[in-house]
Write a protein that binds this ligand. Structure first.
Ligand SMILES: [Zn+2]
Length: 404
């Protein structure tokens, strides 16, 4: 179960409720820290005595700590509770077609190391070996003695129980297990997830209290491919074959450009970074991938040229914006979410493209109001995919289960 909705919870009253109530306490401390026992009791609608039992247990397990005393209107000064996040490290890895990125976070997902990267070796065994070496070095550099585990996001479909990568077209992977070998090589607990889904979960988790939280959320990750994660009622949509929500491979046109999945005209083939670059560099998507990589001409460079007045660069960026909006219209018509988060280099140009995206969206959404669906640009600097990878380890510990 990956149900991560920190706001929507009910206190469990019967049966095996203690662990569930503990998780609710833990999550409330995470989102409202520092927080007093009295405030916790008020938020959960339970007695101070029950809170004391739950909190003492969490303190005993070193999950929650007592900190400074606060002010009270009258009577005893309350002791505030917090989570000592710094002692608990989580490793995050983002495997992409071109490069692999690594970062360490604390248990609540805040970065505690710089991001390191290395070229992705597509042969899984070699990639696992390189990743393990790099991770050990990163952990050693940070003097991290204990690590809770390693979260890995991949640009492909992942089977939920085994975490095997069923298909990752941009990596050329079909039914690949990297979890077992990574666990063996690092000695850590390893969780693997599709990048779009992990991003959606991390956003849901991080946006505690914002408007995005009070409904359903879709995350669209635009990079070499398109990853889409859909969260409905605090739960990620998976489907029978782990492909639900893969809007990147919904066709915009049946005879459009060739996609990494082998079909023609997928949304991905119109808005991926390589599609945007091909539009500027000319030729087909695939002709120029190697060339662009060799020259390291990126979407950031393209946006830079557009801002400097290069009209061809601006036209390429705006064409991507239009296709982005047209695809988003399908996403809105299918899921009608409260909020769409979009990550990827193209969002560095959000101020330039929002108009074109919104206008394409409004052309195709079924009711006019849906054109104003909240869109939250997630900038590259926020490292949404690494945040997603870290959340695979940290979020479940804090998830507030909905108790029926
Ligand atoms: Zn496709």
């Amino acid at each position: 179960m990956r149900r991560i909705n920190p706001a929507r919870f009910r206190v469990a009253k019967r049966g095996t409720t203690r662990e569930i109530n503990s998780q609710i306490v833990l999550n409330l401390v995470r989102t409202h820290q520092p927080i007093s026992r009295a405030d916790l009791a008020r938020r959960m609608g339970v007695s101070r005595a029950s809170i004391t039992l739950l909190v003492n247990d969490l303190i005993g397990r070193k999950l929650v700590f007592e900190g400074s005393t606060g002010r009270a209107e009258r009577g005893r000064r309350p002791t505030f509770l917090h989570i000592d996040a710094a002692r608990r490290t989580v490793a995050a890895a983002d495997i992409r077609a071109t490069d692999t990125f690594l970062m360490l976070t604390d248990i609540v997902g805040r970065p505690i190391s710089a991001v390191v990267s290395f070229p992705t070796v597509r042969e899984p065994k070699a990639l696992v070996a390189t990743l393990a070496v790099r991770l050990h070095r990163l952990l050693a550099d940070h003097g991290a003695t204990t690590c809770e585990g390693l979260g890995v996001v991949v640009p492909g479909m992942v089977e939920q129980s085994t975490m095997r990568v069923l298909l990752a077209p941009t990596l050329g992977w079909k039914d690949v297990d990297i979890r077992e070998p990574l666990a063996a090589a690092t000695g850590l607990r390893v969780e693997v997830e599709n990048s779009g889904r992990a991003c959606a979960l991390a956003q849901m988790w991080a946006l505690g209290g914002s408007a995005c939280l009070h409904g359903d959320l879709v995350f669209v990750s635009v990079s070499e491919g398109i990853g889409v994660g859909v969260v409905i009622n605090g739960e990620v949509l998976r489907g029978r074959h782990n492909i639900a929500g893969e809007a990147g491979h919904v066709p915009l046109s049946l005879d459009g450009p060739r996609c990494s999945c082998g079909a023609n005209g997928c949304w991905e083939a119109y808005i991926s970074n390589r599609a945007t670059l091909a539009r500027y560099l000319g030729g087909s998507v695939h002709d120029h991938v190697q060339d662009a990589q060799a020259r390291r001409f990126t979407v950031e460079d393209l946006i830079g040229r557009a801002r400097e007045g290069d009209s061809k660069a601006m036209a390429a960026v705006l064409a991507t914006a239009r296709y982005l909006g047209l695809g988003l219209a399908s996403v809105v018509n299918v899921f009608d979410p409260s909020c769409i988060c979009i990550g990827g280099e193209i969002m560095l140009a959000w101020d330039l493209i929002e108009g074109a995206v919104r206008s394409a969206l409004s052309e195709r959404v079924l009711v006019a109001e849906a054109a104003s669906t909240e869109i939250r640009p997630v900038l590259v600097g926020e490292h949404p995919r690494l945040q997603g990878a870290a959340a695979l380890l940290s979020a479940p510990a804090f998830a507030a289960p909905v108790v029926a």
